[in-house]
Design a protein around this ligand. Structure first.
Ligand SMILES: [Zn+2]
Length: 161
């Protein structure tokens, strides 16, 4: 069934083979979530990959979200799990896999523009690479940690009043 993937003339990564490997690990007791997380770090994740819905006609797909989607669908099909479900969040609009990106916000809490402590905050943002722009960090006026400190101080005062 997978003989086409072994063609020596084609170095394009085959997602059917990856899906099969993932399914085998899951059968051996590793969770699909863990396997997909590992696969999302594969060195070819941003490259052109081969995939086939019917295992006869192969198509080239590219893009991390699409590659993850195709591999997980195939692994789920082998495992007799619902292929429409995903360990990743799905986009409401295109039903594609959403990715998570770490962005850094700079805190400019000083009195003048671009002044302040120069601290940055890292946060994870989920986005759909098909429907949304890749998220970037921004500039924020106040450190959310300071907000949290103020809230605790205020709630302490409320209790005393
Ligand atoms: Zn989308």
């Amino acid at each position: 069934m997978f003989s086409k993937c072994d063609s020596p003339n084609n170095n394009t990564p085959c997602l059917l083979r990856s899906g099969l490997e993932i399914a085998q690990y899951v059968i051996n007791g590793i969770s699909l979530e863990k396997e997909m997380e590992n696969f999302s770090k594969a060195d070819f994740i941003e490259e052109e990959c081969r995939y086939s819905k019917d295992r006869k006609t192969f198509e080239i797909i590219k893009g991390k979200a699409k590659v993850l989607d195709a591999v997980e669908r195939f692994a789920r099909t082998i495992l007799l799990m619902n292929p429409s479900e995903s360990v990743f969040p799905r986009c409401d609009k295109c039903f594609g896999v959403k990715l998570t990106k770490e962005v850094y916000d700079s805190i400019h809490d000083g009195p003048f523009p671009l002044s302040g402590s120069g601290k940055t905050i890292r946060r994870s943002v989920e986005y759909c690479p098909e429907c949304e722009e890749e998220p970037r960090g921004g500039i924020i006026k106040q450190d959310p940690a300071d907000d949290e400190d103020l809230r605790i101080i205020r709630s302490g005062l409320d209790n005393k009043l």
